[in-house]
Design a protein around this ligand. Structure first.
Ligand code: SF4
Length: 382
């Protein structure tokens, strides 16, 4: 059994609205008018009131408003939500406070609202700056929306911006990806999250794939693009701290790191997850059920899972090895009573000989050239 975790927690709030559905999206999102958004905000307030007393003795050092598209909701929604959060939880001074925005719904007025609400980190869903790629994948924003978003952020000298990039979108070339990265560097983003496209079932893209209308990008091509992007960003002074995340020094996302270092977090809103005192809680994915449950004073949680030491052990290996901090073998032994160098000696030796893993004192980590295939390496060690 692991010891009690008194580190500050993270707070995640899900906003499930988008103006339309991107072809590859399998997130929980709905296109709804202001009235429905107001109902959702009321439900969020109810959920906060229902749970806040349980966290009287806990503090939070990160808040993350994600979606969906949080910038899609009406003006005043986010300010009102931020006031409720600050009035209900113990938010530490200097807490990281992030909002995700889509360039198609980001405006100067909303930007000022966010700044006044205490938001100090903005994550822009750029994905790609090529208009044809954006359009053919159902992305709502245009290049001029993207440019306008960065104009607003730069003219206010907003200091902490992340850009999300997607690799592997149908029709996208290596040049498109590199142009997008260069655009973000030029606009002074401090952090980039770079995701490889996953074609999930029940998405428009999946249907197009099945109908033979698109071809998936080959793994080798993805690897080439990923490594080109990484080399460019490294040359520009960005540091990779996790497989998909790079940042200028001191601009790593505090909130994201909580998901990888076994920290606790509270998730509120439809489809949000929480991880608290050894349990993972899953809120309902249905917006109508969520709103209805809140109105009736019922819980938003539809399932709860105990994270056994065995499961936590597996997650520690999987998540630590995705980061450049790596897996601390001494801490692993103290927490799980297992010397991994003994229990997985053959596999570790083989992967070190293949230069896929390196051992630096007590720290085991994946070597620079092999991050993109980290999943395959990690599977060998479980
Ligand atoms: S903006 Fe994001 S959440 Fe909304 S539909 Fe597109 S991918 Fe999904």
């Amino acid at each position: 059994m692991l010891s009690e975790d008194n580190r500050p927690m993270g707070l995640y709030i899900h906003i499930p609205f988008c103006s339309s559905k991107c072809d590859y999206c399998d997130f929980v999102s709905y296109s709804m008018d202001c009235k429905a958004q107001q109902l959702y905000l009321d439900a969020l307030f109810t959920e906060i009131d229902m749970v806040k007393d349980r966290y009287n003795d806990r503090s939070f050092n990160s808040i993350y408003i994600g979606g969906g598209t949080p910038s899609f909701v009406y003006e005043g929604f986010i300010a009102s939500l931020a006031r409720k959060i600050y009035g209900s939880f113990h938010i530490l001074e200097g807490a990281e406070f992030t909002i995700e925005v889509n360039p198609s719904s980001f405006t100067k007025e909303k930007f000022f609202e966010y700044v006044q609400a205490g938001i100090n980190r903005i994550s822009v869903g750029v994905q790609c700056i090529d208009e044809d790629v954006l359009r053919s994948n159902g992305r709502i924003q245009s290049l001029s929306n993207i440019k306008e978003t960065f104009k607003i952020l730069q003219s206010a000298e907003f200091p902490n911006v992340n850009g999300d990039i997607m690799i592997g979108l149908p029709g996208q070339t290596e040049r498109d990806v590199l142009d997008t990265v260069k655009f973000l560097i030029k606009h002074n983003v401090k952090h980039l999250s770079i995701y490889a496209l996953q074609i999930e079932r029940h998405t428009m893209l999946y249907n197009k794939l099945r109908a033979g209308k698109i071809k998936p990008i080959k793994d080798e091509t993805m690897l080439t693009i990923y490594n080109s992007v990484y080399r460019l960003l490294k040359k520009e002074g960005y540091i990779r701290y996790e497989v998909s995340n790079l940042a200028r020094p001191n601009f790593e996302s505090r909130h994201n790191k909580k998901y990888w270092d076994d920290s606790q977090y509270l998730g509120l809103g439809v489809s949000a997850h929480s991880y608290i005192d050894g349990y993972r809680y899953y809120n309902t994915k249905r917006l109508d059920t969520y709103i209805d449950n809140m109105a009736k004073g019922k819980t938003a949680v539809y399932s709860k899972e105990y994270i056994s030491d065995e499961k936590r052990r597996t997650e520690r290996i999987m998540l630590s090895l995705r980061t450049t901090e790596g897996l601390d073998l001494a801490k692993f032994k103290a927490d799980f009573n297992e010397d991994l160098l003994r229990s997985r000696s053959e596999q570790i030796k083989k992967l070190i000989d293949l230069h896929m893993l390196e051992l630096d004192g007590d720290i085991l980590r994946i070597t620079e050239d092999y991050y993109y295939v980290s999943n395959t390496i990690i599977m060998e060690l479980l």
